[in-house]
Design a protein around this ligand. Structure first.
Ligand SMILES: C[S@@+](CC[C@H](N)C(=O)[O-])C[C@H]1O[C@@H](n2cnc3c(N)ncnc32)[C@H](O)[C@@H]1O
Length: 206
């Protein structure tokens, strides 16, 4: 197995294990901050367009989709996806099991794509962004809600935290996601910073 493929299957194992506890563990954060930001992210997506969600997890965003939404919600872990399947979602949003680095969709098949708390886990953000650039039509939007490495001294703390969180939860606390999106060729139009820049809403155009 190639190194990247091995790391991806490791991510799958980690999230398969976390799936049963995920929603409960996230509940305090949802009430405090995430629910509001999830709702905000949805307002950045085009109404009526075909939408792709990557790393949909247990379907935490489904409650914020409009009833008319159509497209696909993709996820790597079968156990996370099993929980997502149990949640109510718009009838025209289909669930797909696959990795963000290799999307099973034709070029330009979506008007927009989004991800929440996913780019801290994907093995190759560069490859995943290349796939988003391919499957979202030129001029379409890619919107991300991510926790990232903050600037300044706190950044060093997050570098240290990553040494623990990567082996435990497959979670990189020091990703610089907006910068990586830009490097991968997306146009970063806006970055809204929350919690001293630790949580960012990143709005990009293909
Ligand atoms: C922290 S959870 C976030 C789930 C959901 N988006 C949310 O906001 O609650 C990260 C999710 O990304 C998924 N993931 C990790 N690596 C992935 C990859 N390479 N491709 C697709 N999904 C991936 C995990 O399986 C997990 O469901």
């Amino acid at each position: 197995m190639k190194e990247g493929a091995q790391a991806t299957s490791q991510s799958r194992v980690v999230y398969d294990r976390l799936a049963a506890h995920y929603d409960r563990a996230m509940r305090p954060l949802e009430g405090w901050l995430l629910a509001r930001l999830r709702a905000k992210l949805m307002t950045e997506l085009p109404m009526g367009g075909r939408i792709l969600e990557v790393g949909a997890g247990t379907g935490a965003n489904f409650a914020y989709y409009s009833d008319e939404a159509r497209g696909a919600a993709s996820e790597l872990s079968r156990e996370m996806l099993k929980r997502a399947r149990e949640k109510k979602r718009p009838t025209q949003v289909h669930l797909v099991c696959n990795k963000a680095e290799q999307l099973p969709f034709a070029d330009a098949s979506f008007d927009a794509a989004f991800a929440t708390l996913v780019f801290c886990s994907v093995v190759s953000p560069t490859q995943a962004f290349a796939e988003l650039r391919r499957v979202v039509r030129p001029g379409g939007r890619v919107v991300l809600l991510e926790h990232v490495r903050p600037e300044g001294l706190l950044g060093k703390v997050f570098d240290a935290l990553s040494l623990v969180t990567v082996p435990l939860f497959d979670d990189h606390f020091n990703r610089q996601t907006a910068r990586e999106a830009q490097r991968a060729g997306l146009q970063v139009e806006r970055v809204d910073k929350h919690l001293r820049g630790i949580v960012q809403l990143i709005v990009c155009r293909v």
